[in-house]
Design a protein around this ligand. Structure first.
Ligand SMILES: Nc1ncnc2c1ncn2[C@@H]1O[C@H](COP(=O)(O)OP(=O)(O)O)[C@@H](O)[C@H]1O
Ligand SMILES: [Mg+2]
Length: 394
């Protein structure tokens, strides 16, 4: 199952291009589902048909689903939240404030992605297009299992046993309810499910497509998204510049826009050099309905295969050297000075701006030491050398 995620700033045309790409795929004979996890659902509007929280057929080989993020959130988080609320209640926290404290910003959107597990398991689809929320940044939450892996594997089971033994005593003494098995179960289940989806979305059949409009502010955000998505292991496979004014027959007003857009488009090409860059014209009317959407996508991809799996190296790989290895992590559009690297036991802590990823050091390298690191050609390279050697050479 090929999975393609669309993201970009609000209003740039994510839903429209996700819908168009899906329609084009269905036209070429692929069993296609387009689903939105963005609370601001507009897929149904784009197709001009009603669509619900379950896959709805909108035509030959084409299905639409607007995931009910709130419902998914309640299903995955309810047990854990209920427990947290009782603890906060005992602590004297005001119920309204407590409710807010137990909600993680962006969590709903990410939990909506759990839906993808079921679709992957069903074997029903060749191609799934996801219309994501504006900030791809929420995808970083999928890295939570990775960050919590150590805790989940080693600490949680112990804690669970301890709590089981102490629950009767402690609950009475402290007045704080101890988590029950159902809370531990819910945490473990959520952890496993998030991990499964992250594995799917960082795998070889998944990629992210960035949508932008030729405006400086929008470009700046798209650049940051590329860096952040790469940091967390997602592969960006191309950029679509939408709402590009056609130059032909332009009056003065439009000619002014064409000129202004050309300047930003040149910066777009430079920023995302090496990635496919597609252009999508500002159309005379809103593309609504399968026919209009397909026509739009056909023009955008101009005969190219919109589903092609990106070639080249993935965002993360390890290459062996004589005495050690080099870990490569795609990290476009940043300099060495903007990246902070630290080692914490079996983990590498990579920080870029306000984003931090805890990367597990590959099994074969845990006994090696970090001999150096640099950012070149849009990737972070971390050199590992055998511990015996004092000077690592990669
Ligand atoms: N290339 C285009 N030409 C004309 N209208 C467009 C184009 N792309 C998108 N639109 C319209 O712009 C509006 C916002 O697009 P939408 O896809 O909903 O944005 P997003 O999902 O990024 O918020 C919609 O009304 C859509 O029909
Ligand atoms: Mg949208």
């Amino acid at each position: 199952m090929r999975v393609l995620l669309f993201t970009g700033k609000g209003g740039v045309g994510k839903s429209t291009l996700a819908a168009g790409t899906a329609a084009l795929a269905a036209d070429s004979g692929h069993r296609t589902l387009v689903l939105s996890t963005d609370a601001a659902h507009s897929l149904a509007d784009a197709f001009g048909v009603p669509a619900g929280p379950e896959p709805t057929e909108v035509g030959d080989l084409l299905w639409v689903q607007q995931v009910d993020a709130q419902l998914r959130f309640e299903q995955s988080w309810a047990d854990i939240q209920r427990y947290l609320l009782t603890v906060l209640d005992v602590a004297g926290v005001d119920p309204v404030a407590a409710e807010e404290l137990t909600v993680i910003p962006g969590a709903e959107e990410v939990l909506a992605l759990l839906e993808l597990r079921l679709h992957a398991a069903s074997g029903r689809w060749d191609f799934v297009v996801v219309d994501c929320a504006p900030t791809a940044e929420t995808l970083r939450l999928l890295a939570l299992p990775e960050a919590l892996g150590w805790y989940m594997e080693r600490v949680l089971p112990v804690e669970r046993r301890v709590v089981k033994a102490l629950r009767p005593v402690l609950s009475k003494a402290a007045g704080v309810p101890m988590p029950t098995d159902s809370v531990f179960d819910a945490i473990e289940r959520l952890h496993a499910e998030l991990d499964e989806v992250r594995t799917l979305l960082t795998g070889p059949d998944s990629s992210v497509r960035l949508v932008l409009t030729p405006e400086a502010v929008v470009l700046a955000e798209a650049r940051r998204s590329w860096t952040t998505l790469s940091l967390f292991g997602y592969r960006v496979d191309g950029v679509i510049a939408n709402r590009v004014f056609p130059a032909d027959g332009a009056d003065d007003w439009r000619a002014g826009w064409v000129l202004a857009q050309d300047i930003v488009l040149a910066e777009v090409a430079e920023s995302f050099a090496g990635l496919p860059l597609w252009r999508s014209e500002y159309r005379p009317a809103e593309p609504v309905g399968r026919v209009a959407l397909t026509a739009m996508a056909r023009e955008v991809y101009a005969g190219g295969d919109p589903l092609a799996v990106p070639d080249g190296d993935g965002p993360f790989r390890v290459t062996r050297t004589g005495t050690g290895a080099v870990l490569h992590l795609a990290l476009p559009l940043v300099t060495s000075a903007e990246v902070d690297l630290a080692r914490n036991g079996d983990e590498l802590v990579v920080t870029v701006g306000s984003y931090r990823r805890l990367l597990t050091v590959p099994a074969g390298l845990t006994r090696h030491r970090v001999a150096g690191a640099r950012v070149v050609g849009g990737e972070l390279q971390v050199r590992f050398a055998e511990t015996e050697r004092t000077v690592g050479q990669a």
